[in-house]
Design a protein around this ligand. Sequence first.
Ligand code: SAH
Length: 217
Amino acid sequence: MRIDIITVLPRLLESPFSDSILKRAQDKGLVEVNVHDLRPYSTDKHKRVDHYAYGGGAGMVMMIEPIAACLKKLQSERFYDEVIYMSPDGESFNQTMANELSLKKNLIILCGHYKGVDERVREHFISREISIGDYVLSGGELGAAVVSDAVIRLLPGVLSDETSALTDSFQDDLVAPPVYTRPAEFDGMKVPEILLSGHEKKIEEWRFEKAVERTKK
Ligand code: SAH
């Protein structure tokens, strides 16, 4: 899989991809994440990428020209399954959407900033708009990192134990059961007996019961 993220603040996306699971996924060649700085695509002599809103009002708007130029370049190089715009009024991101996106080959994620992008970008260039929740962030970068993380960890080979993603919350419409590790007792707080029993079938039943209980709650 290949993910191309377009942003005016590429530095904001350095750390989420340079550690742990997401870094290993790239090192193993299972995903390629490319972050594109929008500024060089501006034809303006001051390399500006935003301007005042027509009709007035507070806040700058990201201009269509540099975005169009960047998209055109990327799309001339390969086919993209989706051109995503991160937006608070987009579809709410969830596990089903992460599963669906993990089956795609090439994705573009456009991050807005300031007041957002010129509406013509949304109307003509975007195939999907995704929100990570009903609140407003300063930019789409953190959202793009959230979406990429949720998608990348589902790619075969990314998690060392392939079944791990399947037992996470939401995969079967249930949230995950509680988990424990060593020591078996800490300051009188004990790990449920059943988990130490070695009885696989009973443990599985217990986990299922707990997952149902938590989901109902
Ligand atoms: N004026 C816009 C908010 C702009 S916030 C409005 O009221 O809807 C600046 C940028 O941050 C947006 O263009 C978007 O890319 C990103 N953003 C903000 N909140 C987000 C959210 N909840 N989910 C995804 N992206 C978000």
